[in-house]
Ligand binder design. Structure first.
Ligand code: AHM
Ligand code: MG
Length: 334
């Protein structure tokens, strides 16, 4: 029999990592496994998104008599459900929910982690078949294990993350996650329904050729940002410019590409929205953690994203993230 032992699944990988920590309880591996499971379910529905006219519109009742949910609500229910059901998560906060959810059953209260996520980021792209994603960050709770989690467990700076990751539902489906030990990427093998290690030990290139920003907002940006964008477009650069502009409008895909190829992604504040659009806790922080572990940098223009002490669950922050040398070049303008 021809067994390809080069293929390592997500479960095999996390269990192998556990062996290096004899005192580890396996809770984090369990949590990642749960996220992988919810992501597979979401992936199946995302792949059917174009069939919505045939299968029934969102909000209507489908042929099986079930209500067809909006995909971001469906994704939120999947991630919440699977984490509530598991043994590793004491509560969640989500872009889709006004407040955090404490899992108050005895089993969940004994868990040591909380998870914050954006279940389906970039969901306005679904209708036009553009890649979208899920983003998540995992923290060790501050309150005592055995009690019900409180807001304090969720309002932690990003540097307290134990793990963070994202799933990109693209031409293939990938789950990338980071712990302090490194960043690893797993591609979903649809033939066996398993996440398989395809991108071990991802490092963000020190520099790159791509800059990603919404140019439509150009005249809304402060002068320093406008100057930097123009530098990205100039020919007489010592650093190999002009750069290529790439902006999908789906942060998971944009940052994923720049992480692999090298580049810079920016969502600055604007005149109308000085704090920008992106949410600190479940959009900026997970990516800042992943890219930092991979060797890159992330700031809000003034300080490291990971050092910001959050005050609200849904607070926004400007975001600049990417290859170290490009970030340093940007900082000379800021
Ligand atoms: P969403 O959480 O409502 O989906 O919005 C977040 C998305 C990001 O994925 C993306 O980077 C950004 O919005 C694009 O915004 P804009 O269209 O203003 O450039
Ligand atoms: Mg979002």
């Amino acid at each position: 029999m021809n067994v390809n032992r080069k293929v390592q699944t997500l479960d095999e990988f996390t269990i192998q990592q556990l062996r290096d920590f004899p005192q580890a309880t396996g809770e984090l591996s369990h949590l990642l496994r749960n996220i992988g499971l919810a992501a597979k379910r979401v992936n199946t529905e995302v792949n059917k998104a174009g069939l919505v006219d045939i299968l029934g519109d969102f909000g209507t009742v489908n042929v099986q008599g079930e209500e067809v949910k909006k995909l971001d609500i469906y994704a939120n229910d999947q991630f919440t459900g699977v984490l509530k059901h598991g043994i590793a998560c004491a509560g969640i906060a989500s872009e889709e929910l006004d407040d955090f959810v404490a899992f108050d059953d005895a089993k969940s209260a004994k868990s040591k982690y909380v998870c914050l996520f954006d279940p389906l980021d970039g969901s306005s792209n679904i209708d036009v078949n553009v890649s979208i994603g899920t983003i998540f960050g995992v923290y060790r709770r501050k309150t005592e294990v055995g009690t019900v989690v409180t807001q304090e467990d969720f309002l932690q700076p990003g540097n307290q993350q134990v793990a963070a990751g994202y799933i990109v539902y693209g031409s293939s489906t990938m789950l990338v996650y980071a712990t302090r030990r490194g960043v690893n990427g797993f591609t979903l093998d649809p033939s066996i329904g398993e996440w398989t290690l395809s991108h071990p030990d991802i490092k963000c290139p020190e520099t790159g050729k791509i800059y990603s920003v919404n140019h439509g907002n150009f005249f809304q940006y402060e002068k320093a940002i406008q100057d930097y964008i123009q530098i990205c477009q100039k020919k007489d650069k010592t650093n190999g410019g002009p750069y290529t502009q790439r902006y999908i409008g789906s942060m998971v895909s944009d940052v994923h590409r720049n992480l692999i190829k090298g580049g810079i992604f920016m969502y600055p504040g604007t005149i109308d929205k000085p704090k920008g659009k992106l949410r600190l806790l479940y959009e900026c922080n997970p990516f800042a953690f992943i890219v930092t572990v991979a060797g890159g940098k992330a700031t809000n223009g003034k300080e490291n994203i990971l050092d910001i002490q959050p005050t609200e669950l849904h607070q926004r922050s400007p975001m600049f993230i990417g290859s170290t040398q490009m970030m340093e070049e940007l900082e000379t303008y800021l």
